[in-house]
Design a protein around this ligand. Structure first.
Ligand SMILES: *Cc1c(COP(=O)(O)O)cnc(C)c1O
Length: 230
């Protein structure tokens, strides 16, 4: 069931790539397993899936520490500085860097553990009050402040687009993020690569792929609805 859902989403990713002449290898499908049991993750591991996404650091830690096979866990949710110690050394990438303060905490922990942490800057493109992330004009200033942190590797940008009925409505959001990525990339800043664009979820990942996403984060279409009442 979950396996079939994954295959169906994978096919849609491939089809969306082909429709705009992109190589499906350019797009990583992240299975967002938040709130779901480890047994669901194991089912996907059994069919070869290796990229998972979690939004809560404690839950990511529990799953990372108990999973049968080493897999990649992407931390996609808001990270508080006091929980950075659980993320560094476990998350293969932190998608939600959104302040100097957090970057400092990650740098410190990564130096202590002697690891380098790939990060994406989270951008609140639509400037929704309910969401974390920087405004577009704040992104380059933050990058300039943290680019010399030796244990942080800035690899790109991430956004959580608004919840909309018609996914087409998010196309301008994705386009804006891609343009921002290209603008920053063109500055050729040392230690900043800007090759990763994490955008698109269950409702809008095909549009995100058409607009240049290199990582899509899909939960509901793979694992089913989440139950937050339990
Ligand atoms: C939950 C979540 C997703 C997946 O959402 P779906 O709509 O279930 O696909 C993607 N990104 C982030 C940051 C999330 O928190």
């Amino acid at each position: 069931m979950i396996e079939d859902n994954y295959r169906a989403v994978e096919k849609r990713v491939n089809d969306a790539c082909k429709a705009v002449g992109r190589d499906p290898k350019e797009v990583t499908l992240i299975a967002v397993s938040k709130t779901k049991p480890l047994s669901d993750i194991e089912k996907l591991i059994a069919i070869g899936v290796r990229e998972f996404g979690e939004n809560k650091v404690q839950e990511m830690k529990d799953k990372f520490d108990n999973v049968s096979t080493p897999v990649n866990f992407h931390l996609i949710g808001h990270l508080q500085t006091n929980k950075v110690k659980y993320a560094v050394g476990r998350a293969c990438m932190i998608h939600s860097l959104d302040s100097y303060h957090l970057a400092e905490a990650i740098e410190k922990e990564a130096a202590k553990k002697d690891v380098t942490v790939p990060v994406l800057i989270e951008v609140n493109v639509a400037e929704e009050d309910s969401k974390f992330g920087l405004k577009t004009e704040e992104v380059l200033p933050l990058i300039n402040e943290i680019k010399d942190f030796p244990h942080i590797k800035i690899e790109g940008l991430m956004t959580i687009a608004p919840f909309v009925e018609n996914p087409e409505d998010n196309r301008p959001v994705f386009r804006t993020l891609k343009q921002l990525l290209l603008d920053i990339k063109s500055k050729n800043i040392d230690n900043v690569s800007m090759n990763v664009l994490s955008m698109g979820m269950t409702n809008d990942f095909e549009i995100a792929i058409e607009e240049g996403a290199t990582m899509v984060r899909v939960g509901t279409a793979i694992f089913g609805e989440r139950d937050y009442s339990i």
